[in-house]
Design a binder for this molecule. Structure first.
Ligand SMILES: *[C@@H]1O[C@H](CO)[C@@H](O)[C@H](O)[C@H]1NC(C)=O
Ligand SMILES: *[C@@H]1O[C@H](CO)[C@@H](O)[C@H](O)[C@H]1NC(C)=O
Length: 433
């Protein structure tokens, strides 16, 4: 690369050239070849400041979660290296390099952080399987709002977005109308606008006039449409509500999406999410959701997540289906006379349940399991992670004592592989579902 020092402009060019060369050299010196980059105290700061997007795994060699994560990172790294801009995947033994760990507030292993432009480390709570991890990190480096200029770009955008986040498409909407929200909710949804689309697109996204904002939930195959008014407060209200699908299937991952939404959740507990009766119940919930925007409607199967059902006193099939109104914390309400639903007419019973709830005909209750499940749920919402770390060790120790002699501790609860080992030197093995 040749840079000629003829004027101020050239001086600037030289500066740019040399900084480019510097990035290249440091990238080279750091030995990044698209695979997971091993960092230590000699190159950590250089790596953070020289790569625009670097995803760092703070691990400890003895931690079981870390060992399971490692091959996933190995798989994700080359894919992330190909993104434009690329995301560098790196790891550092945070147990050995404690100064670096404490500087970055690491209090459990593994902790995952993404550093953007040398600053702004954001802790990553997303999934840890290679495929989903790639989808999540793609979101971090994508533009806030993507402008889609014809039908095929809309199709490609929706396909590339995958199914981990809701997708907003503003049809006939100016980019600037959604750009603030796109920044605010960057980590939670895809945002795009399009001003050139066909009648077929209108039919497939089910709108008949513009401007219109579509919210698509690929994971649950649901969508809704908003025709305005496009003033900030109404738009915010719609976008905020549409971060969640109209009916939420409650899982460890989907619970995280409740974060930042103050609405109470009508939790419906069924026996098995997959059976015929449940499909009907979900249809009823969807209708209820569209008429009761101040509440979130969710469902969970006793078979799918027994611990969750258990904390709302639903232990057995014959007590189901049942609905409660949960505040997303440790309190919930049951409606007198509608402690469980009978027969097949869910629609009528749910309406009466909601009437009862609104007229205050309720019994207030606390989540059971002595509050430990509540803390677990909170950790899923990204809070009190340290507390849960301690709890995990306590629970592990307890199970250990109970099993008396078994040297491996298994725990089903954290099926998504989203666990964090406490800094206490103890290797808690978690069995994946
Ligand atoms: C609008 O979309 C059509 C087909 O989808 C495409 O042929 C045309 O070039 C687009 N117009 C602009 C201005 O991008
Ligand atoms: C979009 O909004 C920007 C800023 O408000 C404005 O300058 C621009 O003209 C608008 N574009 C269209 C197509 O309305």
């Amino acid at each position: 690369m040749i840079c000629l020092p003829f004027s101020d402009v050239y001086a600037l060019v030289i500066l740019l050239c040399s900084s480019l060369v510097l990035v290249r050299t440091i990238g080279g010196e750091l030995g990044w070849d698209g695979k997971v980059l091993e960092l230590d105290s000699s190159n950590f700061d250089a790596a953070i400041s020289n790569f625009d997007y670097i995803f760092v795994d703070f691990y400890a060699p003895w931690c079981g979660h870390c060992k399971r994560l490692s091959p996933e990172l190995d798989r994700a790294a080359p894919v992330l290296a190909e993104l434009k801009p690329p995301v560098v995947v790196a790891k550092i033994d945070a147990d050995k390099y404690r100064n670096i760990a404490s500087k970055h507030d690491i209090d459990g292993y593994p902790t995952l952080k993404i550093f953007m432009h040398g600053v702004a480390a954001t802790e990553y709570f997303g999934p840890r399987k290679a495929d989903s991890l790639v989808q999540f990190l793609k979101k971090f480096v994508a533009p806030d709002v993507t402008v889609l200029d014809h039908d095929s770009s809309i199709k490609e955008f929706v396909e590339a977005a995958g199914s981990n986040f809701p997708i907003f498409i503003g049809f006939g909407l100016n980019e600037s109308a959604v750009s603030n929200f796109a920044k605010e909710y960057k980590k939670r949804a895809w945002f795009s606008v399009s001003s050139n689309f066909s009648d077929e697109t209108m039919a497939s996204y089910d709108f008949d006039k513009v401007p219109a904002l579509a919210a698509i939930h690929p994971a649950s195959n649901e969508q809704s449409i908003f025709y305005g008014p496009f003033e900030d407060e109404f738009l915010r209200d719609y976008i905020k509500k549409s971060l969640l699908p109209p009916v939420l299937r409650i899982t460890q991952d989907s619970l995280k999406s409740l974060k930042g939404d103050e609405r109470k959740v009508v939790v419906t507990i069924l026996d098995d999410e997959r059976d015929e009766k449940s499909l009907e119940l979900v249809r009823v919930l969807r209708a209820a959701a569209s008429a009761n925007g101040d509440l979130i409607f969710g469902y969970v199967g006793l078979k799918q997540w027994p611990e969750f059902a258990d904390s709302f006193q639903a232990h057995k099939e014959d007590q189901l289906p049942k609905a409660v109104v949960w505040n997303g914390d440790e309190d919930y309400e049951t409606v007198i006379g509608y402690e469980r639903f009978e027969g097949t007419d869910f629609g009528t019973q749910l309406s009466r349940f909601l009437e009862g709830y609104r007229s205050g005909d309720v019994v207030r209750e606390k989540i059971s399991s002595g509050g430990s499940f509540f803390r677990f749920v909170k950790s899923k919402l990204g809070m009190q992670v340290a507390l849960v770390g301690i709890l995990v060790v306590l629970v592990a120790a307890l199970i250990f004592l109970m099993m008396n002699g078994e040297d491996e501790v298994s725990r089903d609860r954290e099926g998504g592989g989203g666990g964090t080992d406490s800094v206490v030197h103890q290797d808690t093995r978690v069995k994946e579902d």
